[in-house]
Design a protein around this ligand. Sequence first.
Ligand code: GUN
Length: 296
Amino acid sequence: MSAQIIDGKEFAAKVRAQVATHVARLKEENGITPGLAVVLVGEDPASQVYVRSKGKMTVEVGMKSVEHRLEADTSEEDLLNLINKLNEDATIHGILVQLPLPGHMNEDLVINAIDPAKDVDGFHILNVGLLGTGQKSMVPCTPLGCLMMLREHLGPLAGKDAVIIGRSNIVGKPMAQLLLGDSCTVTICHSKTNDLKSVLQGADIVVAAVGRPEMVPGDWIKPGATVIDVGINRIERGGKNRLVGDVDFASASQVAGAITPVPGGVGPMTIACLLANTLTACCRANDIQEPAGLTP
Ligand code: GUN
């Protein structure tokens, strides 16, 4: 059997088009332009690429994009002052501080300084608590994108056995909350899990988010399972640099019912969901009904 490929690029383009339609309507009917501020501290090359791409797509959907690039040796106090200014700026509805931050900064302190209503990453402790208790919150972009793709491909998820590999605050834990919210039976595995292969034998849904290149071979996957590969790992093969996921695509795509490729799977959905979250935050800030389908 050969798996259906879940095309994240195409799906993300649809989500962005939906966001753009709502942004145009907000401008026309309410005179409001959603604004997203992205803060980058230092010169991490991967972060620079992400930030540039976020800025470009923000403008493409008709939103205001503001970028703040700070030197790597910026003090934590200066960063917190900038966040306070953005919290008070009524033209900014979403704030994203690109991670990782330089070592001299306390990431938790910085993230929790963002107004939770503008926390389009969904990393603020208040949003984490709201999501964990099933209340309306801002939801982390990558797991939100994974949930959208799973619903689109499988329909209702109730009763499915879902196995998440990885327990990060950014993906693994919020993914578990979202799948629980859709009434899946959820198992979270990680680097200390004893027998991952046997846990995976029961998984209708696999979400791999460990950051280890091709660590899940096809013969660990239950035939017909839906596999969402969050990993983006840079490796060298045959003298060439390549991007691969946490799942061995060549073997897994012979066993799975459906699978996301790397690149072109989860990656494009993350930015699409960031734009969706900015629109949601803007609607909530202005007491305007938020569009359906862009939140859990
Ligand atoms: N660095 C890598 N992924 C992310 C993300 O989703 N949000 C932020 N703020 N930083 C990141």
